[in-house]
Design a protein around this ligand. Structure first.
Ligand SMILES: NC(=O)c1ccc[n+]([C@@H]2O[C@H](COP(=O)([O-])OP(=O)(O)OC[C@H]3O[C@@H](n4cnc5c(N)ncnc54)[C@H](O)[C@@H]3O)[C@@H](O)[C@H]2O)c1
Ligand SMILES: O=P(O)(O)OC[C@@H](O)[C@@H](O)[C@H](O)[C@H](O)CO
Length: 431
């Protein structure tokens, strides 16, 4: 194998695996993919020799592509295979899609030591580690011993400066568990930052039926995705990489404008619809954008967020227009419940930079305030159900806007005008 992936989910199969399969040198870059937690995806994929159907779902019809980039899939508890693949000198790249929550970041972006403590203790006892920072460290420790040489780590989750983000939690974990490894990681591991974009919903039983009808292949785990795809990367690959640029990926020196555009406009817009849109009774993104009220809210949020994306106004206007078309693709069933998950991890990335900037400039941004208020309504039980391992402390305080803000953004909780504006924007009980 030359690529190891952690987080064998739908997005990896629609995005990184698709780029690899579409590169002209794909045959030289087989992927070993590991699930993040439960083994199901590995079992199902191995039963069909790693091959799966990608249903590229346009507004009019589906196009089925067979993807064969995954050479072998492993359950997350196959620690030996993980260590062996990371140690092998041929392995040049590790990609990750483990959700925002998987990095165990605290509010400042460092390792949340309380969530990592059991894993650090397991390592010190000589037991297998389970968390993402722990597994990366365990694999790299093996690579140092084997003399496997330099390697690139390429996170593909929706976090700003995700290369630096994964580096930080990995160094924090290693400093606690295996300090002697820190200098080797510093010298041998390159952390690549990426902006990733391709809307990829969960697969339904109907999708399984459609895939079978189009291909004749009885695929238990097809993936549905939109035609649009974007991958922007910044960083060094010391042991090489596939020619992803031939499949449309772009390699840039400054990734900030690209990631701000995507995280604030697309992901922030998604979160707005997931919370405020679901409380209006909508179930999917496409449903919500047919609602004129939701479209007005989106426009208001995008006006505010655009001030934080360092790109020319014309480019932003085009991107907004294209987003409306992508969101409106009614054949993609992207549920607001899926997007609403893990809000405690997503709001700090997608919304708070704009809220903070506007408040610092003396403004009360109605769009950003609506997202926070919608999230508080969701914590109080309105709209999409709560699915967030970090939600409990917020739910315990959800009755008070100020208390929620004190946890989410302590620097903003003392601002009486902001607290009143968020409170005013929350749903009021009907009498
Ligand atoms: N689906 C999309 O449209 C999309 C687009 C861009 C980026 N992404 C990124 O990809 C991530 C995964 O999305 P998906 O659609 O593939 O979801 P998915 O549910 O299909 O797969 C998620 C993968 O992450 C793993 N995982 C989840 N929590 C983990 C944890 N705490 N530790 C380790 N692994 C964990 C799961 O085991 C699974 O392998 C998103 O969270 C996002 O950051 C998704
Ligand atoms: O995948 P998540 O959970 O980080 O966020 C949900 C959506 O906002 C996200 O998946 C977008 O669809 C995606 O980022 C589009 O590229």
């Amino acid at each position: 194998m030359r690529i190891v992936h952690l987080g064998l989910g739908n997005f990896f199969r629609a995005h990184q695996a698709w780029y690899t399969s579409a590169a002209p040198d794909a045959a030289q870059w087989p992927i070993a993919a590991f699930t993040g937690r439960s083994p199901g995806a590995a079992v199902a994929l191995n039963a069909q020799h790693g091959r799966y159907t990608l249903l590229v779902r346009g507004p009019e019809h589906d196009e089925a592509q067979m993807i064969g980039a995954v050479d072998a899939a492993y359950p997350s508890n196959d620690h030996q295979a993980w260590r062996e693949h990371l140690a092998a000198p041929r392995t040049a790249v590790v990609t990750l899609t483990v959700t925002e929550a998987g990095y165990l970041r605290d509010a400042d972006g460092g390792l949340d030591e309380s969530r990592a403590a059991a894993d650090v203790a397991a390592w010190l006892r000589g037991d297998a580690v389970q968390t993402v920072p722990g597994r990366l460290m365990a694999g790299l420790a093996e690579r140092r011993i084997s003399g496997g040489g330099p390697i690139a780590i390429v996170p593909c989750d929706n976090l700003p400066e995700n290369g630096a983000a994964v580096a930080r939690v990995l160094f924090d974990f290693t400093a606690l568990a295996e300090p002697a490894l820190v200098p080797w990681i510093r010298d041998s591991v390159s952390f690549v930052t990426t902006m990733v974009d391709r809307i990829t919903p969960r697969t339904t039983a109907e999708d399984v039926r459609v895939a079978r009808e189009l291909t004749g292949f009885d695929d238990a785990v097809p993936v549905v995705t939109e035609p649009f795809s974007e991958w922007v990367l910044s960083g060094v690959f010391p042991a090489g990489r596939p020619s992803w640029e031939a499949a449309g990926a772009r390699f840039v020196a400054d990734i900030v404008p690209h990631e701000q555009r995507k995280l604030l406009l697309l992901n922030g817009g998604h979160s707005l619809l997931a919370y405020a849109g679901s409380t209006r009774g909508h179930a999917t993104v496409a449903d919500a954008v047919t609602d004129p009220e939701c479209r007005t809210w989106l426009a208001q949020w995008w006006d505010e967020a655009s001030g934080y994306v360092p790109l020319p106004p014309g480019e932003l206007a085009e991107y907004r227009e294209a987003l409306l078309t992508r969101f409106g693709n009614g054949r993609i069933r992207h549920t607001l419940a899926q997007i609403a998950a893990d809000g405690s991890q997503k709001l700090p990335v997608r919304v708070l930079p704009v809220l903070r900037g506007e408040v610092a400039a003396g403004r009360l941004p109605a769009g950003a305030i609506r997202i926070v208020a919608g999230w508080i309504d969701h914590l109080r039980g309105a709209g999409a159900p709560v699915s967030d391992a970090g939600a409990a402390p917020f739910q315990a305080r959800a009755a008070s806007v100020r208390d929620v803000l004190a946890l989410l953004a302590p620097d903003l909780a003392g601002n009486d005008a902001l607290v009143a504006a968020v409170d005013h924007a929350t749903l009021k009980p009907t009498t």
